[in-house]
Design a binder for this molecule. Structure first.
Ligand SMILES: [Ca+2]
Ligand SMILES: [Ca+2]
Ligand SMILES: [Ca+2]
Ligand SMILES: [Ca+2]
Length: 250
């Protein structure tokens, strides 16, 4: 799918999606591990909030012939082109390394929502990292986490990739090309209140991925939806309990 205007309202299953605009904010005083907060509103579903952080996976030699990937807190930067990540091996962001890139460390965003959502689409602005050709493949992970409030730290710094993966129910690839693009990123309609979107961890085509994320369209899960439009709180939580019980026994 190409280039639906970023700000255009559009409809998913009869509901106007909520579109987070990631092109506003300041980079003054940004430190590793900084968080940014954004809100998005749909006339149909009200307002959703998200906490966004930037990370990278560093491959560390841990034995004669073995390696372990560790999560490193990184700088979540913001530009007119969208959110980027400057990680510890990104030379201060030079040569478009301030993007979410998988040259060296694999950079990724973590999104903690105040309600379960499904990703629908996103705008990827591509950049040539260190002079390589542009590409925009992404790894996406989704899961439910009710141990940590949505607006609090998940304390991922220094954790292993296995620990990171344990936070999520599943993972998939969203392949993109060299041009900046707006695309659907959740064809199987997964749900979660905690999501990861990164420069591809798999990168099958071997081309370095480097992009800024300009926006993200989501919808809340139906049970939450009922609560948000008001008056159905008990019904919503009953549905949620049933659903999660069903998941737990599946
Ligand atoms: Ca980077
Ligand atoms: Ca890098
Ligand atoms: Ca690609
Ligand atoms: Ca690639």
């Amino acid at each position: 799918m190409s280039a639906a205007p970023a700000s255009a309202a559009y409809v998913f299953n009869g509901t106007e999606v909520a579109v987070f605009d990631f092109t506003t904010g300041s980079n003054v005083g940004v430190q590793d591990g900084n968080a940014r907060f954004y809100s998005a509103t749909s006339p149909d579903i009200g307002t959703l909030d998200v906490r966004v952080t930037g990370w990278s996976l560093e491959r560390v030699k841990t034995g004669y012939n073995s390696y372990t990937n560790y999560v490193r807190d990184s700088k979540l930067m913001v530009y007119s082109g969208g959110l980027g990540i400057t990680s510890g091996d990104d030379d201060g962001g030079a040569n478009n390394q301030h993007t979410a890139d998988n040259e060296g460390r694999k950079d990724f965003f973590v999104f903690q929502f105040n309600a379960p959502v499904a990703f629908i689409s996103a705008t990827f602005n591509t950049y040539s990292v260190l002079g390589y050709s542009k590409d925009s493949d992404a790894t996406i992970k989704y899961g439910f986490n009710y141990d940590t409030p949505w607006n609090s730290s998940l304390n991922l710094d220094g954790k292993t990739e296995s620990y990171l993966n344990g936070l999520f129910d599943g993972s998939f690839e969203s392949l993109g090309g060299s041009a900046s693009n707006h695309r659907f990123i959740n064809p199987d309609l997964h749900w979660g209140n905690v999501w990861l979107l990164g420069s591809s961890f798999v990168n099958k085509d071997g081309k370095i991925d480097g992009f800024k994320l300009a926006n993200l369209a989501v919808v809340p899960e139906p049970a939450t939806w009922l609560m948000m439009i008001g008056g159905f709180g008990l019904l919503g939580s009953a549905l949620r309990r049933r659903r999660r019980t069903a998941l737990a026994t599946a």
